[in-house]
Design a binder for this molecule. Structure first.
Ligand SMILES: Cc1ncc(COP(=O)(O)O)c(C=O)c1O
Length: 368
């Protein structure tokens, strides 16, 4: 039987990530200089690993309640309540940050609805919106990648259901200004648009404290994750907090699809809540500075304020041509076309050992 005619339009509309293509290419390179990875390079801290192992050994291996174990929810809500005076704010523990994003989109986006977000964007955003039958409307943020609130407001139409912010951002490392957060939170509340704030890189702010649009409006849905902060991307742990009615709806959808976040990973995440990552963040700040200093004047880029990415302009050709040439020198990066309607820039991840970073810088300087 031919399977192709069975495939849904929805599925066929989703494009395979360019990141996977680089991973495929990487397999053919001996001793690659890998600056393509979207996750921390440090070891998972021992207390977090131990908590997960203990959960397995003490038989916490069954389904949990859909909303997540009470111990983890209460621990997270303690911090959330300390930050926001929002009596209606509730929490849902999800299978990864992507799980929370997908549930939020499925719970709100009808076919024909629009979702406004920055271009460049995290690869999954347009695909998730497509799966829900909506249209992703990208707002061009080149060349600084700063969020201009007025441009976002101008992109909203009567069909706009969601406005998606990501700060610090993947792939640019750009941090949304507090003023833009305030303007957009107030605009969305007035216009009846849900503001979703993807804060998976929240721990990685280098030039100031992390701010959040929920500081300015109680309806904002905040999505956070454990994967990047503690180097546990494979454990699939995220959570969302926002208005109770929305969280209830997302919970219903999680119950009807993936049931719950992995049980033992929830116990690991609980231990993670008490682990201080200041040292990791300081190390990534140092790596950010090292890369910025080395490439300054040689490449066009905007200094990233967070996450662990730098998004630079290809000095010649398309980004794909430039990145393909870099592979000849064993250097792996991601071409910007993966994250954008433009293929002019490339993403360097500095979540790597210093030695790898120095080798990568040497290749980049030779190619400038
Ligand atoms: C901006 C952003 N949001 C969400 C995710 C997905 O995170 P998770 O692995 O927790 O599903 C990623 C992963 O790279 C990301 O960069």
């Amino acid at each position: 039987m031919d399977i192709a005619p069975l495939l849904s339009k929805r599925s066929l509309a989703v494009e395979i990530s360019g990141i996977r293509r680089v991973f495929e290419l990487a397999r053919s390179v001996q001793d690659p200089i890998n600056l393509s990875i979207g996750q921390p390079h440090f070891d998972v801290p021992a207390p977090i690993r131990e908590a997960m192992k203990q959960a397995i050994d003490t038989h916490k291996n069954a389904y949990t309640v859909t909303q997540g174990i009470a111990e983890l929810r209460e621990r997270l809500m303690r911090d959330i309540r300390a930050k926001y005076d929002h009596p209606d704010r509730d929490i849902l523990v999800t299978s990864g940050t992507s799980g929370a994003l997908m549930l939020a989109i499925l719970a709100t986006v009808n076919p024909g609805d629009e979702v406004v977000g920055a271009d460049p964007y995290f690869v999954m955003y347009p695909n998730m919106v497509t799966l829900a039958g909506g249209t992703f409307v990208g707002v061009d943020t080149y060349p600084t990648f700063e969020i201009d609130a007025e441009k976002f407001i101008a992109a909203c139409t009567p069909r706009t259901k969601l406005l998606l912010l990501c700060s610090p951002a993947n792939p640019t490392g750009a941090v949304v200004s507090t003023e833009a957060m305030r303007t957009l939170a107030e605009f969305c509340a007035k216009r009846g648009i849900l503001l979703v704030s993807d804060e998976i890189y929240r721990a990685f702010h280098y030039d100031g404290p992390a701010r959040c649009p929920a500081e300015f409006d109680e309806h904002v849905l905040v999505i956070e994750g454990f994967g990047k902060t503690y180097g546990i991307t494979g454990w699939r742990m995220g959570y969302a907090h926002g208005p109770r009615r929305l969280i209830d709806e997302m919970m219903k959808l999680q119950q009807s699809t993936f049931i719950c976040a992995p049980s033992v990973a929830q116990w690991g995440a609980l231990a993670a809540c008490d682990f201080d990552v200041t040292g990791f963040v300081a190390d990534y700040r140092r790596k950010r500075n090292l890369l910025v200093e080395a490439l300054r004047g040689k490449y066009e880029f905007s200094t990233p304020g967070g996450a662990f990415y730098l998004f630079a302009q290809a000095p010649w050709g398309t980004a794909t041509e430039f990145v393909t040439q870099a592979v000849q020198h064993k250097l792996l990066m991601i071409p910007g076309g993966t994250f954008s309607t433009r293929d002019t820039h490339f993403r360097i991840s500095y979540a790597a050992a210093d030695e790898t970073l120095h080798r990568g810088i040497d290749v980049l300087l030779g190619m400038a």
